[in-house]
Write a protein that binds this ligand. Structure first.
Ligand SMILES: [Zn+2]
Length: 246
């Protein structure tokens, strides 16, 4: 909260010194609480979620021109000529791209799952491999991308296969670190169908590592999250891991 106020003050001071950019005079609004995933089956939570999302969208609407100006500022600050033919419309394209990369903040688990939960005929392991993942590193504002593998042991319910990549998108289209993204995907599947076990493996290349020379091209970072029986039972976990590597 204190940090938030400090940031707000900094931004306002900063704007006062940037009159050449004709920064709008309206107060800068920084959302103090970004919408988070809420538990399902709760009307109260659903109501709250809708409201939070509306607030989020409202924040985006209010700040659209701010974002555009900020993108132009970045390009100019780097020494480029913002009026140059090829770059003239870049702030607009950049703002649209950034909004798209972060639209996961406005998605909710219950809407994504949308009744695609069915009765399971067995509790045999379900594995979905090689789901393409794209996300944004919150430390460097650069993409990281790779493959997601998910497995679970049904406890009476399965989820539509196409829903797993959609669930992943709720969290990948946010500012992220790979470790948190992995955990959030596992928790969301856990929340959606409450299986006996969930395992998530994420293997990504980070442009912030590769482009800055910290990591060699072609190398990747692997993170995993195991819940329920995959955490407790070493044999089951081994089965899951060998199914993924098969
Ligand atoms: Zn990074």
């Amino acid at each position: 909260m204190e940090n938030m106020n400090a940031l707000k003050n900094d931004l306002q001071n900063c704007c006062e010194h940037m009159s050449q950019y004709e920064i709008a005079k309206e107060e800068i609004v920084i959302p103090e609480v970004l919408p988070r995933r809420q538990s399902e089956n709760s009307k109260e939570a659903a109501k709250k979620k809708t409201k939070t999302r509306e607030q989020f969208l409202e924040h985006r609407r209010k700040n659209a021109s701010n974002l555009l100006r900020s993108c132009a500022n970045i390009i100019e600050s780097l020494g480029e000529d913002i009026t140059r033919e090829g770059i003239k419309k870049t702030p607009q394209r950049m703002a649209q791209a950034l909004s798209f990369f972060t639209e996961g903040y406005e998605m909710s688990l219950s809407e994504v799952v949308n009744d695609a939960i069915f009765s399971a005929e067995s509790s045999d392991m379900v594995i979905i491999r090689n789901i393409e993942i794209f996300s944004m590193c919150e430390h460097h504002f650069l993409p990281f991308f790779g493959k997601l593998h998910v497995g679970y042991l049904p406890r009476g319910h399965i989820i539509g296969l196409s829903k797993i990549p959609r669930i992943a998108e709720i969290f990948s289209k946010r500012l992220q670190v790979q470790e948190r993204l992995t955990v959030e995907i596992g928790q969301a599947i856990q929340e959606a169908i409450k299986p006996l076990a969930v395992g998530v493996i994420l293997e990504c290349t980070h442009l912030c590592m590769v482009m800055r020379g910290v990591q060699k091209p072609g190398s990747s970072t692997v993170t995993s999250s195991m819940l329920g029986l995959f955490r407790e039972d070493g044999e089951l976990r081994k089965d899951f891991l060998s199914s993924i590597n098969r």
